[in-house]
Design a protein around this ligand. Structure first.
Ligand SMILES: Cc1cc2nc3c(=O)[nH]c(=O)nc-3n(C[C@H](O)[C@H](O)[C@H](O)COP(=O)(O)OP(=O)(O)OC[C@H]3O[C@@H](n4cnc5c(N)ncnc54)[C@H](O)[C@@H]3O)c2cc1C
Length: 286
């Protein structure tokens, strides 16, 4: 769906209650964990949905507002169980103008990363109902994310292991970043996922780009030597749901890994097609 098609007729004001960097200062990539407070009961959402951030003013091509979406990184009970608080994780972006080759800061991400505690932000949404968790605890979840694609999975994991208490199916997380410092919510500064490593059903596979400076895609190959067969069996089980989130490269890297695991592109395509046809495949690619 195009951004212009999103319903922005019910905006609401949120206040920044917390903002901090979750990539170390030594990393060239700035990603911030930002917690926003909305009036109690005014935002009802489930894990996997996104919110819109609306920045008013004259923007490119005379647009009266700039809208961008951000995955909600909190479970439905709110950040730390506080119903009025939700968190997002935002990467400060810039882009290169194709015509003059100059670098410009992205409007929404820079606006959000520059906000201070107490500042007000206009939100819309929530949006997206295709990327939500199955309600049954017996299902297997395979979550694949690169970069800020981790945000919805932070919400999934919170829902599964905190609010629900346990999950009977297997929960596998494939997570990748260009550099070890950019493993969000899994680095020395903030490591939310370490809470789940003791959970019997949870397993995480991390991947770092072999050539970060050349933007080479991440690869989960190293783990697949030991776990490839298990993963291949898992994706063929009739109660497995697969979720892929983040930039397009997340999907490309995962497909490459699965083709290796399946030993052939055709075999992986068949399994992927079955998952899609049965509504057990969901993508949130931006
Ligand atoms: C459903 C959905 C969920 C999203 N969730 C998140 C999220 O949780 N966190 C987040 O930071 N962004 C997320 N995004 C991307 C976000 O909406 C914006 O596109 C991004 O912040 C850039 O907006 P901007 O206005 O700053 O810059 P723009 O002028 O729109 O673009 C800046 C440039 O940065 C690139 N870019 C955009 N997002 C990223 C990224 N995350 N990492 C690396 N490069 C990027 C774009 O391709 C573009 O070249 C999501 C997008 C969608 C559609």
């Amino acid at each position: 769906m195009k951004l212009a098609q999103y319903d922005i007729t019910h905006p609401q004001t949120a206040r920044v209650v917390q903002t901090f960097r979750i990539t170390p200062e030594s990393s060239p990539v700035e990603v911030r964990h930002i917690t926003l407070q909305v009036p109690d009961g005014s935002l009802s959402y489930v894990e996997g949905q996104s919110i819109g951030v609306l920045i008013r003013g004259k923007h490119e091509f005379g647009n009266p507002y700039h809208l961008r979406l951000y995955s909600i990184a909190s479970a439905r009970e709110g950040e730390n169980g506080v119903g009025s608080d939700i968190s997002i994780c935002v990467r400060r972006c810039s882009y290169i103008d194709e015509v003059n080759g100059e670098e410009y800061p992205g409007v929404a991400s820079n606006y959000l990363c520059d906000r201070k505690v107490g500042d007000e932000i206009t939100l819309t949404g929530p949006y997206g109902s295709h990327f939500t968790m199955p309600p049954m605890r017996e299902t297997n979840l395979l979550m694949v994310g690169v970069g800020t694609g981790i945000a919805p999975f932070r919400a999934f994991a919170k829902r599964i292991f905190h609010e629900k208490g346990y999950w009977k199916g297997k929960v596998l997380l494939f997570y990748g970043a260009n550099h070890g410092l950019e493993l969000l919510y899994m680095n020395d500064m903030v490591n939310d996922f370490q809470l789940y490593y003791d959970e019997e059903t949870f397993q995480a596979f991390e991947a770092i780009s072999p050539r970060p400076h050349l933007d080479a895609p991440v690869t989960w190959e190293a783990h697949m030597n030991d776990h490839g067969e298990d993963v291949w069996d898992l994706v063929q089980e009739p109660n497995t749901y697969v979720y892929v989130a983040g930039l397009e490269s997340a999907l490309e890297s995962f497909n490459k890994t699965m083709i290796r695991v399946a030993d052939s592109e055709a075999a992986w395509n068949d399994v992927q097609e079955t998952l899609k046809q049965n509504g057990r495949w969901a993508e949130l690619i931006y």
